[in-house]
Write a protein that binds this ligand. Structure first.
Ligand SMILES: [Zn+2]
Length: 145
């Protein structure tokens, strides 16, 4: 299966583009308020804490822990049905646990989505981001730390 059958983000999107530029460099970056310094993700134009429109993109450690996970089963979009069942993890960022990313737990950047047996996934286990080139973007995925 060509991985480009997956739904992919637009790396040219003005709001999200810096995130995809960072993943292409092997970094997990989040928006940070240019006024009060609060991190936020997903990207948005205004700080929810101080309403500033000043934004910087700050790299993170790329480390986190599994906050939750699910195992999708069909019916799914065709590209996803072909690899189901697979895991989808929600990862809480080490520096700011309120920031969470949705992705897949794999054994390496190019690993298959169904290569980890979901029964082995533990809430709270430490993970780190890896970056898998799919189409025009580098998708963050997660490996055990
Ligand atoms: Zn702020």
């Amino acid at each position: 299966m060509a991985e480009t059958e997956f739904l992919l983000p637009d790396p040219e999107d003005p709001e999200n583009g810096p995130f995809w530029e960072a993943t292409a460099r092997g970094e997990l970056a989040v928006q940070q308020c240019g006024s009060c310094g609060r991190r936020r993700m997903p990207p948005r134009p205004m700080c929810p804490a101080c309403r500033s429109l000043e934004v910087v993109w700050a790299p993170t450690s790329g480390r986190g822990s599994v906050w939750s996970f699910v195992v999708p089963h069909p019916p799914l979009l065709p590209a996803y049905a072909k690899v189901a069942p697979y895991n989808v993890v929600v990862v809480s960022l080490e520096e700011d646990p309120a920031i969470r990313f949705v992705g897949n737990l794999v054994t390496g950047a190019a690993g298959a989505l169904d290569e980890i047996d979901p029964v082995t996934i533990q809430i709270g286990e430490k993970v780190r981001a890896v970056y898998c080139e799919v189409g025009d973007v580098f998708l963050p995925r997660w490996v055990r730390a």
